[in-house]
Design a protein around this ligand. Structure first.
Ligand SMILES: [Zn+2]
Length: 573
């Protein structure tokens, strides 16, 4: 009988699963996309449908469908098993073999507590007489019932023990409720509600589980918003509010809008602008951007007209550039945020602004450079621009930016470059170092071609194994990892008189070797057609023979007679 893990692997297609979160394109036998786990502009994340594995050539993350699920969603193995089991209708009975049981049960309990809180806040909002001010507030902000229920908005009563009492009644582990961020321990024992007198916005992950909450006051008391603190299930810097709902629309519309707050997002949704997400009161992070680019490579950041918003725009410029995203800026007219603007001017006006969104670099330059700046001013602006330039991870991009800056200020490009070099020598040089690493890597790969040919034959044409063992092609190998892999293959065959490439991953223990095998399997290297196989084997046989001959010749160095007989036999063979 298959284990649930094997059962799921049989039913699920890794391409389908990953494509829900990463934009994949077909490339030969593989699918490629921008890696969701590290910064990059050119795809090095590959998915191999035949092997049902993924591998990133940039950050080396890889594995099977479960490895992807755990890495992408930050789940434990058991959660991945449950999530995928549910999706593919594979019953998961107590699978206890995994070591992560503790982390699993903690997360599971926190999700359950969050779910209880969600139900409680929702009931309060819809039924409690004490929630009347909240209902009025939502009404005033034009949040209709449909939007409120779509987003499962609730209300936390203005008291210290609303949720606390409910949780206690249900025998909840209160220490975990505190870890979930819903209650706070009192100094002399007991707990009290963290969220009081606030409209509650549940925050969902991409698996539609409640990971946290944002709470807004009904007036302008500060803090206007509080969020769940970091918890075992909630990471603010990686979460975009509304992405679980918006991701399909983002894909369909080919763009994403990024707004700042919950209310802004709701206002957009209500106006049928469904491809928007909100940051949770934090600056945008690379993790946010990587999540988004699984659905689009075009974003428009919507800013209020205040200065803080504009400053924030500048900081995000390299972030988008480095992740291969095209970013534009929509600045709302004085005094407006998306919510007030939409309420006052309506959808049509907003879409008009959206149409005229300015590319972020242009926005930045226009804002920084007025055209009649003094020399001192120009130099100041240039200095501010260096951190942006130096965090770009491509020289090509950098040179485009430098040219644009030169055009705008009238400074000579050569001067900007030499100043920039100065800056980068003292500042960060990591990107340059990375480039060099890549180049070294590429030249090493050239040497491995024969290794790859042999491995290729053994993997894609396992029927050649007998012949390959006969000629003992291992003498041609230069890469220690490939050598190890081929030793294992040969050993399998010797033991069982058969071998199947499918089991290879399972019988290799060493993670670094597995990683290299994965990497090799995801390389777009030539796969021989049936007709080419014979020829390839013959060529390898000749190569092996020649190599062996040269080796003997070397050994016989000084022994003229042996050398001569070796050479003679070589000519007559
Ligand atoms: Zn990667």
């Amino acid at each position: 009988m298959l284990s649930p893990k094997e059962e799921i692997k049989k039913l699920a297609d890794i391409v389908d699963v990953i494509a829900q979160f990463v934009h994949l394109k077909k490339a030969g036998r593989n699918f490629v996309g921008l890696c969701p786990f590290h910064a990059e502009k050119d795809p090095s994340f590959t998915v191999n449908p035949e092997r049902q594995t993924f591998h990133c050539f940039g950050c080396k993350k890889g594995g099977d469908i479960f490895d992807f699920w755990m890495e992408y969603h930050g789940t434990t193995f058991k959660e991945a098993l449950h999530d995928l089991g549910e999706r593919y209708n594979v019953p998961i009975n107590n699978v206890t073999s995994h070591v992560e049981t503790n982390r699993y049960s903690k997360r599971k309990a926190i999700f359950a507590i969050n779910q209880t809180a969600l139900a409680y806040f929702k009931t309060i909002l819809s039924t409690s007489p004490k929630a009347e001010p909240a209902r009025q507030y939502l009404n005033k902000r034009n949040i209709d019932n449909k939007t409120a229920s779509d987003f499962e908005i609730g209300y936390a009563l203005d008291q210290w023990n609303g949720l606390t009492d409910i949780l206690l009644k249900q025998n909840t582990n209160m220490a975990l409720a505190a870890e979930a961020g819903l209650v706070i321990p009192r100094k002399n024992g007991g707990y009290y509600d963290r969220f009081r007198g606030r409209i509650m916005f549940p925050i969902f992950d991409l698996r539609n589980q409640v990971i946290g909450f944002g709470g807004r006051v009904l007036d302008n008391t500060l803090p206007k918003y509080i969020n769940t603190p970091e918890s075992p299930v909630f990471h603010k810097g990686e979460t975009l509010y509304g992405l679980n709902k918006a991701r399909e629309a983002i894909r369909k519309n080919g763009m994403a809008l990024i707004v700042e707050g919950y209310m802004d997002l709701l206002a957009l949704m209500k106006n049928d602008i469904t491809y928007a997400v909100a940051t949770l009161g934090t600056a945008l992070t690379p993790y946010h951007v990587r999540k988004l680019r699984g659905y689009t490579n075009r974003v428009v950041v919507v800013f209020d007209s205040d200065n803080a918003g504009k400053k924030a725009a500048m900081k995000t410029l390299p972030l988008f550039a480095n992740e291969g995203m095209s970013a534009s800026v929509l600045v709302l007219p004085n005094g407006h945020d998306p919510d007030t603007f939409l309420n006052e001017k309506g959808r049509k006006e907003f879409l008009l602004l959206l149409k005229n969104a300015v590319p972020m670099l242009d926005f930045y330059l226009a804002m920084e450079i007025t055209g009649n700046d003094s020399d001192v001013e120009t130099i100041r602006v240039l200095k501010n621009f260096f951190p942006v330039l130096s965090t770009l991870n491509s020289d090509a991009l950098r040179s485009i930016y430098v040219r644009r800056f030169a055009e705008k200020t009238g400074l000579r490009e050569s001067i900007i470059w030499s100043e920039l070099q100065n800056f980068m020598r003292t500042g960060s040089v990591t990107s340059a170092a990375n480039n060099i690493n890549h180049r070294i890597h590429d030249s090493m790969d050239q040497k491995k071609i024969t290794d790859l040919q042999i491995l290729n034959l053994l993997i894609y044409h396992p029927e050649t194994i007998k012949k390959m063992m006969e000629i003992d092609c291992r003498i041609l190998l230069s890469d220690p990892a490939i050598k190890t892999i081929i030793d294992i293959i040969f050993e399998q065959y010797r033991q069982y008189n058969a071998y199947s490439p499918e089991v290879l991953m399972d019988i290799i223990d060493d993670e670094s070797i597995r990683q290299q095998l994965r990497e090799l399997l995801h390389k777009p290297f030539i796969v021989y057609s049936e007709e080419e196989v014979d020829q390839a084997v013959t060529e390898l046989e000749q190569k092996t023979h020649r190599k062996r001959f040269l080796q003997s010749l070397k050994q016989a160095k000084g022994d003229i007679e042996t050398q001569n007989s070796l050479i003679l036999s070589e000519f007559h063979s």
